[in-house]
Design a binder for this molecule. Structure first.
Ligand SMILES: Cc1ncc(COP(=O)(O)O)c(C=O)c1O
Length: 431
């Protein structure tokens, strides 16, 4: 409490996480966090999908320690660690990017998305970006235009650039009547085609399409299987660069290395951040190599891009995921967790929907199954009660009413089960 009070006196009042989780951290290990009073918490936050390999992972720590003896900051000048990281990164790129890509290093997720949009505009000479309702791509002055939240648009004070938001196939709240789920994606794609082919539709020629394979901040929304491939097909036919934002879905979170691999969809430009640095700030875009030909020197720059410590952690992370066969683990434990979330939801009138894949599972909290009215206060009440019982679980979603499972991928089965029991108990006593 003393540290919280000091933070309050020193830092902006506009912080969010220390209000959602009012404690001060002493140390953290694996999928657990210890506070300064000695209480131990199970961590289902992973620093918002940054710590896929857990806190203080010894393999990452060793890579970082040995890099500390080499070089800490080197601009774009090549070093052994930079090349090692880039080679590993290129070796895991999805689909047609693999073996045919260039990379450009950035620092944050928003920075990567911002760069991706600039690249698409540069390549096509067009100005408008197509994004999706519910999307989150960061809140820097440029990219916030593609982020769908009114709150962030208003608080950023940014002058919005041309973005056309299509609806995302959010099944639980799809606005049009459909016979089956698979139709939702098809309707949106048909509408998109109409926008592109009718000169009076109101859509300028797009510079690019930016999409998350599974919406993260928007509420852990997994689109129907044919949606991303359909978008890919339209993007190819109309020669619009497809930007896939893997900032939250990358590095094994979904049970595939990249979220777009769930449907074998290849990006033209891909945004990578969060877990790529295993806790150290690092991000990048990977893009079709032919896009590189016309880029002027200093196309997109920044002093801190490609930090060597973060790249050492990144290279070790890729090794770890491969050597430990982490994707298999995420698939097996993710299925187990989802079926338990589903079982818990059946006995509660307040859990309207359980969705997602791998370690990316959303539980949408509502006032009642019939009305589906979003229950943000109940979701916050649940978060608080889990926190009091030693589990960190955060909310997201259009209405702030989705509790999301995003634990480190290395969580032990027994801690996972313990966390599920705490979640189940909290849901059971929810009034
Ligand atoms: C899909 C996605 N893109 C971009 C971002 C922005 O990343 P950052 O917060 O590092 O700017 C986020 C952050 O949550 C994200 O989830």
């Amino acid at each position: 409490m003393e540290l919280l009070a000091k933070q309050k006196s020193l830092e902006t009042r506009a912080v969010i996480y220390s209000k959602a989780f009012p404690f001060a951290i002493d140390s953290a290990k694996g999928a657990t966090v210890r506070d300064v009073d000695g209480n131990l918490f199970i961590d289902w936050l992973s620093g918002i999908c940054v710590l896929n390999l857990g806190h203080n992972n010894p393999i990452i720590a060793e890579a970082v320690r040995s890099q500390l003896d080499q070089v800490w900051h080197a601009l774009e000048i090549p070093s052994e660690v930079r090349i090692r990281f880039l080679e590993k990164m290129h070796s895991v790129l999805p689909g047609t990017l693999n073996g045919h890509a260039k990379t450009l290093l950035t620092v944050t997720g928003a920075d990567a998305c911002e760069t991706a949009v600039s690249l698409a505009k540069h390549i096509t000479g067009n100005g408008t970006i197509v994004a999706f309702g519910g999307s989150y791509h960061g809140i820097n002055q440029g990219i916030v235009s593609a982020t769908s939240s009114r709150h962030y648009l208003e608080t950023s004070g940014a002058i919005r650039y041309g973005v056309f938001h299509l609806p995302f196939p959010y099944s639980y709240r799809f606005p049009f009547p459909v016979e089956k789920r698979a139709d939702e994606g098809k309707i949106i794609l048909r509408y998109f085609e109409h926008l592109l082919t009718d000169d009076h539709s109101g859509l300028d020629k797009p510079a690019g399409i930016i999409v998350e394979p599974i919406q993260g901040e928007g509420g852990y929304i997994l689109p129907p299987d044919d949606f991303l491939p359909g978008l890919r097909e339209i993007a190819t036919r109309f020669q619009i660069p497809l930007i896939i934002d893997e900032v939250q879905t990358g590095f094994g979170r979904t049970g595939k290395f990249w979220g777009c691999e769930l449907t074998e969809t290849s990006p033209d430009i891909m945004c990578v951040s969060k877990s790529v640095g295993a806790g150290f700030p690092l991000s990048l875009i990977a893009y079709r190599e032919e896009y590189d030909e016309s880029l002027p020197d200093g196309f997109h720059i920044g002093t801190y891009r490609g930090n060597p410590i973060a790249m050492a952690a990144g290279a070790a992370s890729i090794d770890y995921i491969e050597k430990e066969n982490l994707l298999r683990r995420v698939n097996v434990l993710g299925r187990k967790a989802k079926s338990e979330f589903q079982r818990i939801s059946e006995s509660s009138k307040y859990v309207g929907d359980v969705r997602g894949v791998g370690f990316m599972i959303g539980n949408e909290i509502v006032e009642s199954r019939e009305t589906k009215a979003p229950a943000k206060d109940r979701a916050s009440q649940l978060r608080r009660s889990m926190f009091e019982n030693g589990l960190l679980m955060h909310t997201c979603g259009h209405f702030g009413n989705v509790l999301r499972f995003m634990s480190p991928l290395i969580i032990s089965e027994s801690l996972l089960e313990k966390g599920l029991r705490i979640y189940g108990d909290a849901v059971r006593v929810l009034t």
